[in-house]
Design a protein around this ligand. Structure first.
Ligand SMILES: Cc1cc2nc3c(=O)[nH]c(=O)nc-3n(C[C@H](O)[C@H](O)[C@H](O)COP(=O)(O)OP(=O)(O)OC[C@H]3O[C@@H](n4cnc5c(N)ncnc54)[C@H](O)[C@@H]3O)c2cc1C
Length: 413
């Protein structure tokens, strides 16, 4: 690397970090991209890995391959332990400190259990490929165990899955589990009865998909119910243990709880010594920098970014990508802080899927539900997946599953 060139360090090869690195491909500077994993992960399709519809390799792509032909970047696989702002260095486990002139922190978030970390053992969440494969294994083992019990006893033995959190991830998981658990898997489990498989979606608020308008929430709820999901609204989780989950006024016996009810930004952000919001995100300035450093940017799920009305924007892939491109443009042009236009998020619409031919979509005042929203959801997700190979494989898996109802990745590791 040229010692005179600007050194840009990007922590995190998720949606934000990747967009920044790609937008800097022609810039005359040296980039170091550090990620604890060796791949970029398409998180919006994680639930399909968790429910055995797709394989892990369908939704992840090695970072080194993505940047194979970009000459101004080197990729480091490593865990960033801290950021030494005084020395302008990033500390990475088993690696020499990495110096920077500009730093982009794009470390994302992780599911959080309302300050009850002990719940995680009994109610795992979904954020990484490891999480998804672990959930898939738990789900498939649960079916094997239920089949064994049904085959060796006379009464019906319920198989209950409880999904906590009625946001997009909870709704997607509940819908996919209902489709797979109550339809696709049953022909292979002759002793298991459909009514024995229960999928419950628990939401503390008064409707699912609360980020969408009420009519779309209602459509999503009736679509879920038509698939056999029991939706429990206004129910707070009081405790989760090995025997089940306690809600307001009821206990649900189950060993299969999945957590989709909240996120907390990376603990690494506390090493920046800047104010954080209650979800652990950094309060950034309008140019996405921290208060006292015009070349230290925080983007994506790690940043608390306000819209024109002063509301903090929810963590979404398009938001992280737009922030990454904005920061890349500032860095490439070496624009000083006083001359930077504020970051503005362009909302091109929001989508959530529920099941085959069932989805909701909002584009400003236009609300769409059902088949058309689902086709749109499929198109958008294929378009944003990295690499032709992944796109091709995902489309063929979806078509195969749509026609045969046989999910292709039902392997227990
Ligand atoms: C299950 C699920 C479904 C979702 N569905 C949708 C959807 O349908 N539509 C949508 O728009 N958004 C969706 N999202 C949200 C979206 O994925 C996030 O908003 C987006 O990934 C944020 O991008 P990011 O770059 O901030 O973080 P991420 O994409 O999470 O990337 C962070 C990266 O930082 C790395 N990292 C973290 N800490 C360290 C460290 N200490 N050292 C080194 N590397 C580190 C991680 O390995 C990771 O690669 C979903 C999220 C999940 C979990």
């Amino acid at each position: 690397m040229d010692p005179k060139r600007m050194r840009v360090v990007i922590i995190g090869g998720g949606f934000g970090g990747l967009a920044a690195a790609e937008a800097l491909r022609k810039a005359d500077l040296d980039i170091t991209l550090i990620d604890r994993t060796n791949h970029h992960l398409f998180q919006p399709l994680l639930y399909q890995v968790a429910t055995a519809a797709l394989s892990p390799g369908d939704i992840a792509w090695p970072l080194r391959t993505i940047f194979r032909s970009q000459s101004n970047i080197r990729v480091v696989m490593g865990e960033v332990q801290g950021i030494d702002r005084a020395a302008r260095q990033v500390q990475v486990t088993d690696y020499p400190p990495v110096s920077y002139d500009a730093l982009i922190v794009a470390v994302g978030s992780r599911h959080a259990h309302f300050s009850r970390p002990e719940w995680e053992d009994h109610a795992p969440g979904l954020k990484t490929l490891v999480d998804a494969v672990a959930l898939r294994t738990r789900m498939l083992l649960a079916f094997e165990e239920a089949e064994r019990r049904a085959a060796t006893s006379t009464g019906t033995t319920p198989l209950t899955f409880v999904i906590v959190g009625g946001g997009p991830t909870g709704v997607e998981l509940a819908g996919a589990m209902a489709e797979i658990g109550r339809n696709a898997m049953l022909p292979d489990f002759p002793f298991l009865q459909r009514q024995a498989v229960r999928i419950l979606l628990v939401e503390a608020g008064s409707r699912v998909l609360s980020g969408f308008p009420p009519d779309l929430s209602a459509n999503a709820q009736s679509a879920l119910e038509s698939m056999g999901v029991t939706v429990l609204l206004n129910q707070r989780v009081r405790d989760v243990g090995p025997k089940g989950v306690s809600l307001d006024g009821q206990f649900i016996e189950t060993g299969h709880v999945i957590w989709a009810a909240g996120n907390r930004a990376s603990p690494l952000l506390s090493s920046l010594n800047v104010p954080l919001d209650p979800a652990g995100r950094v309060f950034v300035r309008p140019d996405l920098t921290v208060p006292d450093d015009e070349w230290l940017f925080v983007i994506g799920d790690a940043a608390a970014v306000q819209d024109a009305q002063g509301h903090v924007l929810s963590g979404l892939a398009p938001l992280a990508m737009q922030e990454g491109r904005y920061v890349a443009a500032v860095i490439a042009a070496r624009t000083m802080s006083g001359r930077r236009a504020a970051f503005r998020y362009v909302d091109r619409g929001t989508l959530a899927t529920i099941g085959r031919a069932k989805a909701v979509a909002q584009f400003g005042s236009v609300h769409v539900s059902g088949l058309w929203a689902w086709l749109l959801w499929c198109t958008v997700h294929i378009f944003f997946l990295i690499g032709f190979r992944n796109r091709f494989r995902v489309v063929s898996e979806w078509i195969w599953y749509y026609v045969t109802f046989k999910p292709g990745a039902r392997l227990i590791d």
